[in-house]
Design a protein around this ligand. Sequence first.
Ligand code: GLN
Length: 207
Amino acid sequence: MTSSGRTRPTVGVLALQGDVREHVRALTELGADAVPVRRPGELEAVDALVLPGGESTTIDKLARAFDLAEPLRRRIADGMPAYGSCAGMILLADRLVDAIDGQQTFGGLDVLVRRNAFGRQVESFEEDLDVAGVDGGPVRAVFIRAPWVEEAGPDVEVLASVRTGPAAGRVVAVRQGGLLATSFHPEVTGDLRVHALFVDMVRERLG
Ligand code: GLN
């Protein structure tokens, strides 16, 4: 059972690998009930799900090993709101470039995402980015072996692109209905505005 209609949504954080704790903290500060999700029964109980940064290949393998991959695919297809940061963006993508052999995603976002897109030399960098839907000035975007969105379908809204350097113009934040994805990690900066956007999307969905 989900908690439709409540103002305090239950937002799961996929807790197989990655920076789960940071997302739980951000969601809790925003007034959501944030719960780790490792099992199908835990997935059933949430209104929405955050897919954290980490290693998408590991999260994919563990999700299949824990029998979470199929139920998760189904819930996303049924309209459960989801937010993926970095590896989470990869896991929400319908199509990947530079995936490892046999790597699968949960899908839902009509995008082609390139893994480790910024190149090996530029393992991580930071930039202030304007993100559509996020008021109050630019967001400090922290990229760590990050992907980018290489192609986006007609229903995908581009929220932010890289401003400077060799990757200028690359798409790093998108939204499609109840799905949100960023190449960067707002959970590590203490700026809650991207999570707030997502929690608003969840509340909207619950009515
Ligand atoms: N490169 C990682 C992957 O492919 C993502 C990195 C991250 O989440 N910080 O899963």
